[in-house]
Design a protein around this ligand. Structure first.
Ligand SMILES: Nc1ncnc2c1ncn2[C@@H]1O[C@H](COP(=O)(O)OP(=O)(O)OP(=O)(O)O)[C@@H](O)[C@H]1O
Length: 270
């Protein structure tokens, strides 16, 4: 034990401090760049003002602010609901055995998707392709149109062909198969997404905020290729860059660890 003023600080305390510091660091990384960080700053501001008011002895103001802080715990759960859901999702997913693809065949899937994306980008055919783990996104798949087909470039292009019944919404790929089309995804409320992106891109970011997914988007307006993961969006990818991103995020090495790269994609600001 090392005495620090009136405190006895031992090895156990040091360990506890390190655990708390690590938790806070990861919490910050989690919510960095999201709406939650602004809400967190707002809460911290109220707590600081409350402390100052209390020091100055303003009793009525102190009572009012304390009441606000008292309901803060409930507010935290409401404000951070998407982040908490994402945390619980990923904890559950990282302990489960399911994987993005079976051990074999993932390379073929990547090549088929790349071939489709290349053609759709050239012809400016809008597309939204979600790679999910084997038992995830069931609620979204259920409201889409069940397909259960091998991943094939021509099939993907046919699904996203304008004026066909299935072209609206997203396709979901799980365990190397297209499981559904016309899936409706949650739209991101992140205010940092540039206004040049419409609902297709916001839906891609939205589904990646609370699920461990990798999403490929082709813009109908510009033919631009983008990817979304971990609540971030990277836009204007070349086919080579897309292949690299897919291999990095869906590749077997990462798959061994956690299925997806934990690295956060940059949120497009322009
Ligand atoms: N919540 C959603 N889930 C799945 N797909 C969606 C969702 N919202 C919109 N889409 C798809 O996006 C299309 C509309 O795209 P919109 O033009 O609004 O977005 P965008 O990001 O500007 O895309 P683009 O660059 O292709 O125009 C819809 O026709 C539909 O296919």
């Amino acid at each position: 034990m090392i005495p620090i003023a009136f405190l006895e600080y031992g090895l156990k305390d040091l360990l506890e401090t390190l655990v708390i510091a690590t938790m806070l660091y990861y919490l910050y990384r989690w919510i960095r760049g999201t709406f939650a960080i602004q809400a967190a700053l707002g809460l911290v501001f109220i707590i600081v003002v409350n402390a100052v008011v209390s020091l100055l002895g303003f009793t009525t103001l102190n009572f009012m602010l304390r009441s606000v802080v008292d309901v803060g715990v409930l507010a935290v759960f409401i404000i951070f609901q998407p982040e908490i859901r994402k945390l619980l999702y990923s904890l559950g997913q990282n302990t489960s055995f399911d994987r993005l693809f079976g051990r074999s065949g993932s390379e073929g899937v990547v090549e088929e998707v790349i071939a489709a994306v290349k053609n759709m980008a050239q012809t400016k055919t809008g597309a939204l392709i979600v790679f999910a783990r084997s038992s995830s996104l069931q609620d979204l798949v259920d409201v889409g149109v069940r397909i259960d087909a091998q991943v094939n470039a021509q099939l993907i292009q046919t699904i996203f062909q304008k004026d066909t019944p299935l072209h609206d919404g997203a396709i979901v790929i799980r365990s190397g198969r297209i499981v559904a089309a016309s899936c409706y995804l949650p739209i991101s409320q992140n205010p940092n997404i540039s206004s040049v992106f419409g609902t297709r891109h916001r839906a891609a970011v939205g589904v990646s905020e609370t699920n461990n997914v990798f999403v490929v988007i082709v813009s109908e307006e510009t033919g631009r290729i983008s990817v979304a993961k971990n609540g971030g969006l990277t836009s204007g990818l070349s086919i080579q860059k897309l292949r690299a991103e897919m291999e990095k995020s869906l590749g077997e090495d990462k798959e061994e660890e956690m299925g997806f790269s934990a690295e956060k994609a940059e949120l497009e600001m322009n």
